[in-house]
Design a protein. Structure first.
Ligand code: GLN
Length: 518
């Protein structure tokens, strides 16, 4: 029986023990597989758990680690710290020979013929891919309820959503099925589920991570990002996947900071970084309808940062209000073009028996769910002759104004912005499903960051009514390292908070029956 205690370690601790040789990747992977297999019927976080593939990759990682240990300290130092560490992938990341459903029936049965760039990078690092994670269909949604494979649950309360669209990625990390996972964020889909499940999630700068081999939703907004339970863990994963890839012309030739692997381990050193740091608090992000408990946690977090030496400056991002409306023109417009390729001929699901047009209509009619159809209709409408100027072009102009707001704030000497992620904590299944606009409102504080192409992250900032609240950190382009340092500093100054040690409550009953769990 594998030791379930191993699933509580940070990825950094796993990495250290793997290198030291007092833990094998195989033991680590077995412990995580056992936990994932056991709890997935309740969570539905995983669409597929690849036991055989994971065990094979773990054995390879163990061989690499053993060889490096024999060759000495230098050989160990060149191994990426992810070597032997389990990771999960949102089911829109291509893995050669495996499924890639993007949460949609239309990709059922499709097998990826190649690896995504980030899959190649993870394999090269020696990371062990445990399986593929549940998501809203084509990443459209904020609750994972739009998955064609049933919703994922929140580990804090199995009757509530984990957020979305990367709900499975967030839930799996919160539950300890993996220490790290990959999600994508087009309008908030890494940050919002991270907030609702109490983990760290980052959307990097547009262009930081290659989108090659990632199922496209809205190509000018999509970014791949890491989830972890700590800042150091998530930074380690970003380090492995970031960097230029010639196959994605929008991926930037920026060097990836090595210091992503060297965030301070010591709380004192981490907290010292806050002194003199200028944090802007955008007043427009405290939106009408925000839950009082969420606002209280955010204000407390800001006060704690101030008490530790950060300077807090009140700022205004005046076009924030237009973020939601412009996003819901731009993203559906791009989606309608990207999703035209699912025609029953090239990929997965196909309904045949009529002429080409009839097959096409039947394939798409039965293959896409209602939210995807809604987006395609919105997008084709906004792009159609006569409406293009009024909607799409206008939205692009407003997008420029949203970006200019951020430029002005950062240009005035602000190092980073602090804000809420979601106006509300995780909600019960069904509560927003019949009202698309109520669902869209979940991302009102995250969408502007995608419109501007900036890095943003969510870090745990306590509980409201026993459910996690996320604090958002937003920085200028390419400031991921500074954001991670800030996140690490916030962890350090709140290291003693009671909520830090709180386990996701929704799994407590399941785990009470587990033998040997401390
Ligand atoms: N919830 C937003 C949407 O439905 C954002 C999704 C995302 O970031 N992928 O479009």
């Amino acid at each position: 029986m594998p030791d379930p205690g191993l699933t509580r370690l940070t990825a950094v601790a796993m990495s250290d023990r793997l290198r030291a040789g007092d833990l094998s990747s195989r033991e680590l992977v077995d412990a995580h597989l056992a936990r994932a297999e056991r709890e997935n019927p309740a969570l539905n976080a995983w669409l597929v758990i690849d036991e055989a593939g994971a065990r094979g990759a773990a054995d390879e990682a163990d061989a690499r680690l053993a060889q490096a240990r024999r060759n000495g300290a230098e050989a160990l130092a060149v191994l990426h710290p992810l070597c032997g560490v389990p990771v999960g992938l949102k089911d829109l990341v291509s893995v050669r020979g495996g499924q890639c459903t993007a949460g949609s029936r239309i990709l059922a049965g499709y097998v990826s013929p190649y690896d995504a760039h980030i899959t190649e990078r993870l394999r090269a690092a020696g990371a062990v891919i445990l399986g593929k994670l549940n998501m809203d269909e084509f990443a459209m949604g904020s609750s994972t309820e739009h998955s064609a494979y049933g919703p994922a649950a929140n580990p804090w309360d199995l009757g509530r959503v984990p957020g979305g669209s990367s709900g499975g990625s967030a839930a799996s990390v919160a539950a300890g099925h993996v220490p790290l996972s990959i999600g994508t964020d087009t309008g908030g889909s890494v940050r919002q589920p991270a907030a609702l499940t109490g983990v760290v999630g980052m959307k990097p700068t547009y262009g930081r991570v290659s989108r090659y081999g990632i199922v496209a939703f809205a190509s000018s907004l999509d970014q791949v990002g890491p989830f972890g339970r700590t800042a150091r863990d998530a930074a380690m994963l970003l380090h492995a996947i970031a960097g230029r890839d010639a196959r994605d012309s929008t991926s930037a030739p920026r060097p990836v900071p090595e210091d992503l692997l060297h965030l301070p381990a010591s709380d004192d050193e981490a907290a010292a970084g806050l002194r003199g740091f200028r944090l802007g608090l955008p007043r427009e992000y405290f939106v009408a309808g925000m839950e009082a408990g969420v606002e209280a946690r955010i204000r407390e977090a800001v006060a704690a940062l101030a008490a530790a030496g950060a300077e807090i400056v009140d700022v205004s991002l005046p076009h924030t209000d237009y973020g939601l409306a412009t996003y819901y023109i731009v993203a559906p417009a791009e989606a309608s073009a990207n999703l035209a390729r699912y025609d029953g001929i090239r990929f997965g699901h196909a309904v045949r028996g009529g002429d080409v047009l009839a097959n096409y209509v039947a394939t798409r009619g039965s293959g896409f769910g209602p939210e995807v159809k809604r987006r395609i209709m919105l997008g084709t409408y906004a792009l159609s002759a006569g409406y293009y100027d009024a909607y799409y072009l206008k939205a692009q102009k407003v997008r420029t104004l949203i970006k200019a707001d951020f430029d002005a704030a950062f240009g005035s000497g602000i190092d980073a912005l602090v804000a809420p992620v979601s106006p509300f904590v995780a909600w019960p299944f069904g509560a927003r499903l019949d009202d698309p606009v109520a669902m869209y409102l979940a991302d009102v504080c995250t969408l502007p960051v995608n419109m501007a192409g900036l890095p943003g992250m969510s870090i745990p900032a306590g509980l409201s009514d026993g459910l996690p609240v996320g604090l958002q950190l937003i920085g200028p382009a390419w400031s991921e390292l500074a954001l991670f340092r800030l996140a690490r500093a916030y962890e350090a100054i709140t290291a003693g908070a009671a909520w830090r040690g709180t386990e996701p409550s929704g799994l407590a009953a399941l785990r009470a029956q587990e033998v040997g769990v401390p």
